[in-house]
Design a protein around this ligand. Structure first.
Ligand code: HEC
Length: 112
């Protein structure tokens, strides 16, 4: 009689795999729908369709369709005073940072 080796107990793989329910990653901090309403006053200077120059007599940058991150940081810089333009400072300081993010999200979605 040969002593059979006891079968090795296989450790049950009880790795509790957590369900992958990660929220969809988004680079957008703003709500474009809210931004659309907030950006209404911007049209006076930045034009209407595509926010092109409304006043040919002085230069106003086209802001529609630029990258959201760029627009957001530009507006934050006006708000903080890093960008000095008085007109845009007055605009940017009249909004909260969240509102500026919303506006940036909206403007980035505008097709020039
Ligand atoms: C009274 C006119 C006026 C209004 C109203 C106005 N802007 Fe401007 N905006 C300007 C001018 C002029 C500049 C160029 C400023 C500079 O040279 O720094 C500018 C620059 C900008 C820039 C920088 C663009 C770039 O390419 O660097 C952004 C972004 C911008 N405006 C967004 C807005 C938003 C958003 C609003 C509404 C909340 C708004 N503006 C309202 C006149 C205006």
């Amino acid at each position: 009689m040969s002593a059979e080796p006891a079968p090795a107990k296989t450790a049950a793989a009880t790795s509790a795999t957590a369900p992958a329910t990660a929220a969809a990653p988004s680079s957008s901090l703003g709500n474009a729908q809210r931004g659309k309403e907030l950006a209404y006053t911007c049209r006076g200077c930045h034009g209407v369709a595509g926010f092109k120059n409304a006043y040919p007599n002085y230069h106003v940058p086209r802001i529609g369709g630029q990258s959201e991150a760029y627009l957001r940081s530009a507006l934050m810089e006006y708000r903080k005073g890093t960008r000095k333009h008085p007109t845009m400072r007055a605009q940017a300081t009249s909004y909260s940072e969240q509102q500026l993010a919303d506006i940036a999200a909206y403007l980035a979605s505008v097709k020039p």
